[in-house]
Design a protein around this ligand. Structure first.
Ligand code: NAD
Length: 354
């Protein structure tokens, strides 16, 4: 029998603060496969998470198939926008949510792991965190500070984690992150520089896979997950509509569950996923061919690539989550012929590279 066996390994999942997101589901799947799991939790959410655990509020979600409860070996405070404690401004260090938790930077996390478990304590690192303070704003209205904050928290944090935890990870180990299709398709509503951050995350995954592969013998992958109404995603404001859209249009119409992404992560982190590195694994139930309508088509008269702004015909999603006919056919703004805007292959419409 082919089974995912992670017994004897230790994982660090950065970005767990409740039972509603991908990080929790990944932690649980890794534990079910036999891994010992530590968590990295954002200081503003740390006390809430510890309370949820202590008061048994998420015991149902923690319940494992054998009846036991998912245990976190350690829960570390982690603010992934700071590489070292010295970089954190005074008002953050003095903030009531931060001042008593010790070194919450990425370097601090690395130091604590070594103190607690020795020089090479890790086998699996999962980056399941993102933050875009202006996510509700269209890119055109995003400030420089908001854009850079999104990229810092959601993309550079992975680079820093690989740089600082790579040397602590045993050869053959695995880094994983979570990305979203807005990196390559226009998804109205996923603003504030978050689409740019996901594009950076994916590009960095390729480069990090090469560099960390050569330097430490590690694999680096990212999972492109479909929409899930997690706490972070609810901040987008349209997440329920996005879930409905996928359910209405994807080849498999059951909504994606966090568990499916969790088990994919466990597979990729295990020796069974050893052949995968540096590429997004699409895990959307919508396959690589689907994305909200808009963006790109071939004009049937001029054969040029026609790019449609996301404002053409407004949203791609109807009130009840269906795709409209009008989303599929648009007029080419150049020659007024009707173009087909659907069915982009991973190579791009009609073989034109995306
Ligand atoms: N939910 C979706 O629809 C969806 C789709 C595709 C990809 N993703 C990605 O999945 C990952 C997990 O998100 P989720 O949707 O499961 O939500 P989530 O709320 O469970 O996870 C996000 C976590 O990031 C943490 N965080 C925010 N800023 C941080 C910082 N500076 N340092 C450390 N931690 C910080 C939050 O406390 C939270 O625990 C993210 O990368 C997200 O972009 C989500």
């Amino acid at each position: 029998m082919l089974a995912i066996d992670l017994r004897g390994t230790r994982a660090l999942v950065a970005g767990v603060a409740d039972d509603g997101g991908y990080g929790f589901a990944i932690a649980k799947a890794l534990a079910e496969a036999g891994a010992t799991v530590c968590a990295g939790t954002w200081p503003p959410a740390l006390n809430i998470f510890l309370n949820l655990l202590e008061r048994g509020k998420i015991d149902a979600a923690r319940r494992m198939p054998d009846g036991s409860l998912l245990q976190f070996e350690k829960i570390y405070p982690l603010d992934a926008v700071f590489d070292t404690l010295a970089e954190a401004p005074e008002d953050i260090r003095g903030n009531k949510r931060y001042k008593d938790v010790g070194d919450f930077s990425i370097a601090g996390l690395a130091q604590r792991l070594v103190q607690d478990f020795g020089d090479r304590p890790l086998d699996i690192v999962v980056h399941s965190l993102a933050n875009g303070p202006e996510v509700k704003k269209p890119l055109l209205e995003t400030s420089r500070a908001g854009y850079l904050a999104a990229v810092s928290a959601s993309a550079f944090s992975l680079v820093s984690l690989v740089a600082r935890l790579g040397p602590l990870t045993r050869p053959g180990g695995s880094f994983l992150s979570l990305t979203y299709m807005a990196s390559e398709r226009v998804v109205p509503g996923y603003g504030g520089g978050m689409s740019s951050a996901k594009a950076a995350l994916e590009s960095d995954t390729r480069t990090l896979a090469f560099e960390a592969g050569r330097k430490y013998g590690l694999r680096v992958n990212t999972i492109s997950a479909g929409p899930l109404a997690s706490r972070a995603a609810s901040a987008i404001g349209k997440i329920e509509q996005m879930v409905q859209y996928y359910a209405a249009n994807a080849p498999l119409t059951e909504p994606l569950t966090a568990r499916e992404v969790g088990t994919t992560a466990a597979f990729l982190a295990s020796p069974l996923g050893a052949g995968s590195r540096g590429r997004p694994s699409m895990w959307t139930r919508a396959t690589t061919r689907w994305g909200p309508r808009c963006m790109r088509a071939i004009c049937c008269k001029t054969s040029s690539v026609v790019r449609y702004p996301s404002s053409v015909k407004g949203s791609a999603v109807t009130d009840d989550g269906r795709r409209t006919t009008d989303d599929v056919h648009h007029r080419c703004p150049d020659c007024a012929s009707v173009g087909h805007v659907g069915d982009q292959s991973p190579q791009g419409a009609d073989g034109i590279p995306p």
